[in-house]
Design a protein around this ligand. Sequence first.
Ligand SMILES: NC(=O)c1ccc[n+]([C@@H]2O[C@H](COP(=O)([O-])OP(=O)(O)OC[C@H]3O[C@@H](n4cnc5c(N)ncnc54)[C@H](OP(=O)(O)O)[C@@H]3O)[C@@H](O)[C@H]2O)c1
Length: 248
Amino acid sequence: MDRRPYVTLSCAMSIDGYLDSAAPQRLAMSNAADLDRVDDVRAHSDAIMVGASTVRRDDPRLLVRDTARRARRVSLGRAESPAKVTVTASGDLSADAAFFTTGESARLVYCPADRAPALRARLGGLATVVGLGTGDCVTMAELLDDLGEQRGIRRLMVEGGGRVLTQFLEADLVDELHLVVAPFFVGEADAPRAVGPGRFPWTPSRRAHLFDTRQIGDVVLLRYALSGRCDLGRDAAGATSPEDAPGP
Ligand SMILES: NC(=O)c1ccc[n+]([C@@H]2O[C@H](COP(=O)([O-])OP(=O)(O)OC[C@H]3O[C@@H](n4cnc5c(N)ncnc54)[C@H](OP(=O)(O)O)[C@@H]3O)[C@@H](O)[C@H]2O)c1
């Protein structure tokens, strides 16, 4: 377990618990100040993960935006941005996605073992395709084990979407949850929820530990410690030393 990366889940949802609307364009949940905070958490991570649906729908670049943060990473001998990680069962990922075409950091695509050869052929040298397991899906536990043991990832930031977040939470693999609540409702049955139905480790008789709340403009950030590995004295970005500490 300790060789598994330290996992921070980070997402922004509406008051009624949606990550997005069902409309074609992505719905912006957060605000500029909070996106800057998220950038800081990214800058302190070794890898950032999103599910394949998020890659297809949002086409995220998953890069550290702030120049000073990128420079600091480089001064510490790291890549400008963390490695990018995604997971797919279908293999339906376009080589033109910004996930593959932007930035210089490593890109890892996890899929069931029998889908890996076709996906490698489709993506060429754009990513390392890692086939895991014999089933139709990859488990988040085996994915984390591979990240920790084979790829040297110590801190993983998982940014969504809901299906990926749900699996990490159900499997009790999360150390910290950073949940941002945006000040509006979505109210669409077809929109993606932050978390789907499941059997979660935190129940009315085993309550999660809320260790920080912060208003950031018109949104609120809630930080939960979900494992014994979560150091409550640590800053939101998970710095491990004063020198490594992120900005305010
Ligand atoms: N507000 C926020 O903070 C935030 C952050 C991120 C995303 N989002 C939104 O979330 C929505 C997407 O969320 P989502 O729940 O629909 O999708 P998602 O979690 O991003 O991705 C789900 C996809 O990931 C792959 N996958 C998931 N678990 C897998 C497993 N165990 N094994 C193999 N593949 C697996 C599958 O890809 P295949 O279909 O290719 O098999 C699955 O369809 C988008 O609307 C996006 O804008 C919002």
